[in-house]
Design a protein around this ligand. Structure first.
Ligand code: NAD
Length: 334
């Protein structure tokens, strides 16, 4: 089967070429991301493989369908960029990689907590300048602090387990509590988690219901000086409200691996360009903010699993087998 792979990087090509040795698909690696401007590239490809910032809205899906595409195979777990209702209407199949390495994302999340708390980003820069002063680098013991985990699925459950290992008290909130987490975390309602957590970390999907889950109203209820980490999806946070809370000190630390408007920034080298997004540029000015460019997933193990599962999904589709990783509009409605 011919597969058009959008948003290709050197590492995408490397891991997909290796995984394809088993399948022998006709893979076409396209550097641009999928959008109305680039959709024509997929003409004649029954499968289009897309990543986190590709756009598969109704208009793009209609064009794909007209060009002969029948399968949208996501090489990520989040499916918020695909209009699933439109896909169903057009009779197109959507698959994803539900779990490639929840450990990778959970470990990056905890890495952000440690870096922000102990100011490792600032210490690194200082020491390279020959500045060994400790002023401004004071941190706190994680042991004994309260960590609030919002969303305790695959990734959130691992974060909860890791911070429990540090000696933290773990509070959890989820619309569907996870029995595996109950032995080391206490499920509470949202307001209690906000009020009592020293660190709040987000691990729920982006849906209409979770859009701007962290807004001005909720930020007013967090523990003064608390830390917020988001390695899930940018839209979970109202960035302007977060900037306001950082300015007053209500929010003491912010760690982001994802950003609402990341599609115009992330996964590219823009170091010779001017950043036009003033909200993002403002975030970069805070000493107590760390941003990584959607790299939480990026480990060797995860890339291997992403390529294997994605091409496995294509093979199942081609052979008309049951699709274990199909995504449907009903999954969002649930
Ligand atoms: P998952 O489906 O295993 O877990 C998500 C959890 O969120 C579920 O337990 C669900 O019940 C819960 N949830 C749903 N709606 C909620 C709500 N309104 N309030 C509280 N909880 C709610 O997903 P996962 O594999 O743990 O991934 C979590 C998110 O991480 C994904 O949706 C994706 O957006 C993001 N992610 C980011 C990266 C990265 O590189 N930064 C990589 C993979 C996944």
């Amino acid at each position: 089967m011919k597969v058009a792979i959008f948003s290709t990087k050197k590492y995408t090509r490397e891991f997909f070429t290796a995984a394809n040795e088993r399948h022998g698909f006709d893979l076409a690696f396209f550097e641009p991301s999928l959008s109305e401007q680039t959709v024509a590239m997929a003409e004649g490809y029954p499968a289009a493989c897309v990543f986190v910032n590709d756009r598969a809205d109704a208009a793009v899906l209609r064009r794909l369908k007209a060009g002969g595409t029948r399968l949208i195979t996501l090489r990520c777990s989040g499916f918020n960029r695909v209009d699933l209702a439109a896909a169903a209407e057009l009779g197109m199949t959507v698959t994803r990689v539900p779990a490639y390495s929840p450990n990778a994302v959970a470990e990056h999340t905890v890495g952000m907590m440690l870096a922000l708390n102990r100011k490792i980003h600032r210490a690194y820069a200082r020491v390279r300048e020959g500045n060994f002063s400790l002023d401004g680098l004071l941190g706190f013991d994680l042991c004994g602090k309260t960590v609030g985990v919002v969303g305790t699925g695959r990734i959130g459950a691992i974060v909860a387990r890791i911070v429990h290992g540090f000696g933290c008290r773990v509070l959890a909130y989820d619309v569907r509590p996870n029995p595996k987490v109950e032995s080391f975390a206490e499920y509470v309602e949202g307001p209690q988690l906000l009020a009592e957590s020293d660190i709040i970390t987000l691990h729920c999907p982006l849906t209409p219901e979770t859009h701007h889950l962290v807004n001005a109203e909720r930020l007013a209820k967090i523990k003064p000086g608390a830390m917020l980490i988001n390695t899930s999806r940018g839209g979970l946070i109202d960035t302007r409200a977060v900037i306001a809370a950082l300015k007053t000190g209500r929010l003491g630390y912010l760690g982001l691996d994802v950003y609402e408007e990341e599609a115009d920034l992330f996964f590219r080298d823009l170091s010779d360009d001017v950043i036009h997004d003033d909200v993002f540029a403002r975030l970069l000015t805070f000493p107590n903010v760390i941003i990584t460019g959607h790299q939480a997933f990026f480990t060797r193990e995860a890339m291997h699993n992403i390529a294997e599962t994605t091409l496995g999904n294509v093979a199942d589709f081609e052979a008309n087998r049951t699709l274990a990783n199909e995504v449907t509009a009903q999954m969002v409605a649930k």
